[in-house]
Structure formats: C-alpha cells, structure tokens
Design a protein around this ligand. Sequence first.
Ligand code: FAD
Length: 376
Amino acid sequence: MTQFQTSTTVHDIDAENVLASMLAHLREHDLHALQKDNAWHIDYANTQITLQARENSLQATVQSVSPSSLYEGRMLVFYHIQEFSQCEAQAIQWDGDKIELQYPPSFRVVTVAAVSNIGPHLRRVRFRADNLSRFESNDNIHCKLLLPQAGVENPEWPTLAANGVPQFPAGDKRLDMRTYTIRRINAAEGWFDIDFVLHADAGPGSGWAGQAKPGQQIGMSGTGGRTAPARRWMLLAGDETALPAIARIGESLPADTMGRVIIEVQSASDQITLDMPKGMTVQWLHRGNAVAGPTTLLADAVQSCNIPADDSRFVWVGAEFATAQSVRAWLRHTVGLGNKEQLVVAYWRHGMNETQMKKMPAKLASSKTEGQEAGS
Ligand SMILES: Cc1cc2nc3c(=O)[nH]c(=O)nc-3n(C[C@H](O)[C@H](O)[C@H](O)COP(=O)(O)OP(=O)(O)OC[C@H]3O[C@@H](n4cnc5c(N)ncnc54)[C@H](O)[C@@H]3O)c2cc1C
C-alpha cells in the first residue's frame, strides 16, 4: 500500500542512454524492470520506481510505504542517475512528500555491551542497539562500522543534506569506515556480535577493537554484500578475517551438507570451535611466523581440493587480495565454475588500508559489494 511519493525530472541529459545503462546495471543486481505505457517499472523492497525518458529529460517517480523505504528508493534513483549521466547533484531535485529523517535509515548508533577475547588475535565485541531487524538476515551478513578518532568522547554522526545525501563529520570528528561481519544477532533482544581480528599494523578497526570498553559508541550501517547460498556440496575457505563469516554460514547450512572448510590462522591457539554440518571436514592451516598476506598457504590448500562435478556445489572464499585473485582464477579457468557457483571476496589487502583498497581501479578491484570480488 503506497503512502508516500516523490518524483524528479532531470533535464539536459542523454536520457535514453542513461535509462538503458541504469536498467542494464540494475539487472546485474537482480532488479528487473517491466515496460508498460512507455515507462519502466521496478519493484524494490516495498517500493515502486517508475522511470521514463523523454527526449533529453529523465523522469523518475518513487512510491513507498514508509519514509525510510521512500528514502532508500529515492537514493537508489539519485545515485544511479548521477553515475550514468555524470550530472551535478543539484540537477536532481525532488518534489512530493518530504523525507524528514535524523540519520540515513541504514545507520544506527550502537553501544558496546561487552568485550571478550575468543582467541589471542580475535576479540568479540557485543553491541546493543534498537531497531536492528533490517540487519538480521542470513543473506546479508556484512556491515560497515563507523569508527570515531581515538580519544573522541562525543562523536558526531552522519546527517542528511536536503537532497538526501549523507554528510559525514570532518576533521577531528571524522569517522573511519571499515567492513565487518555480523557474527551473531538477535534483533528482538537488541544485540549483535562482531569478531575483530587484532592484526599487526592496526588500522582504525583493529585499533578500536583493541581498546573497546563497555559504554563506548560507534556507528553502524548496512547490511550489504552477498554470501554463500546453501548447496549440497560446499567449500568454505578463508583466513581469520573470514572466520566470523565461515562460522555463521556453516551454522545456517542444512545438516546434510557435504564438503570442506579450510581456514588459515597463525597457530593452533587461534583455532575456535565451529558448528559445521557433520559431512563438512574442517582443516586448519598454521602460517606460524610467516607474515599474514603474502603466504600462499591458503591458495595452495584450496587449489589441491577436489571440487566435485556436482550440479549443486558452491565455493565461498574470503581472504587477502592476492590469495583471492589466484583462487578465483583457478576456480574459473581450471575448475570451470560459473558465477553462480562461486564467490571469492578480497577481505583485505596486504600493505593497503581499506580506504586505499576501495580506491583501486574497478578492473583490479570491484567494490560493488562489501569487499572486493577479486578480478582474475
Ligand atoms: C565483507 C567483509 C567482511 C569482513 N569481516 C571481517 C570480520 O568479521 N572481522 C575482521 O576482523 N575483519 C573482517 N574483514 C576484514 C577487515 O575489513 C579488514 O581487515 C580491514 O582492513 C580492517 O581494518 P583496520 O582498520 O584494522 O586496518 P586498515 O586500516 O584497513 O589497514 C591497516 C593495515 O593493516 C593491514 N591489514 C588489514 N587487515 C589485516 C589482517 N587481517 N592481517 C594483517 N594485516 C592486515 C592492511 O594491509 C594495512 O597495511 C572483512 C572484510 C570484508 C570485505
């Protein structure tokens, strides 16, 4: 039932081409438009979007059931028109229902409830927050954490400009954004856990986790990124940054799933108990004193796996960029897995922080999802 509506007409653009590019791009993300009465209609999470090109103008109407879903539909249109027409943000002005939100709907301020070490290099932080139901999905298990600078006691949070674009605090109040996996969540009870790797050369994520204390607040936004769909035979592989995702994916698989789990950690003391289907064998790899990243331990172990020629198989890998690249190339070109049979994500990149990694050219590193689906 539509309650809210907003629309925009963007002038002086190559409207037919912008529309065609937008529709092709949205199809890649499984959003399929239907053509009716000279317009294109998209149904997206309780929101209807209508797009119509007229000579050099593109008209978009968004209808939805709540201010927050209207906002998200409007931003989807905004970002895509801007990306494909290269127009200025001011060229996209909205009429209709006003959206008065304090924060972007995907954003929450979350408070540390408890901190515990579940291994020498893995720290679990339990956060409390209201209104977590949008984050409680086994299909979208990743989030962005917005971390205040060290020593800032009263952080400022993103606000919304009049055109809806999030505005981030700057200077000493700036927030660093890092990607993490929601290890466990209970929206009804208002909590979720993140397992942080405490790594060498700590950046804002690892550094913040190292000093985390109950009562501190950070920001969270999401969810996003794809995960592994359940298949009869599965291979889950990764280093310690992927351990939270592997643990969560494994717990959600049907009990009769067959396959393998391969995880690289520093030493036996970094191993944790995993709740995997009985038919999935778990192998731990120890890199010992070798530096995390450049080692080929994980890539070699994955590439020695016998991937069955089963029509119901899936390989999921989360690892350092170079490992992700070599594994993906092997899965594609040697094993012959198609896009629907594997997902290989670069979780971090040796010698680069996450912000630098995301700025790499699209050919090297696509950042369409939470991480980087490594190019082969
Ligand atoms: C979808 C997704 C989910 C993720 N989930 C988790 C999770 O649940 N838990 C988790 O801990 N991480 C997770 N990561 C990885 C995490 O985002 C990166 O490790 C990130 O770089 C950590 O940020 P930072 O601020 O600590 O370090 P950054 O500021 O990004 O980097 C600083 C330096 O540390 C190096 N570095 C980064 N990570 C590591 C590492 N693991 N070991 C050694 N050196 C490193 C970088 O190369 C750089 O030189 C996930 C990543 C993605 C894409």
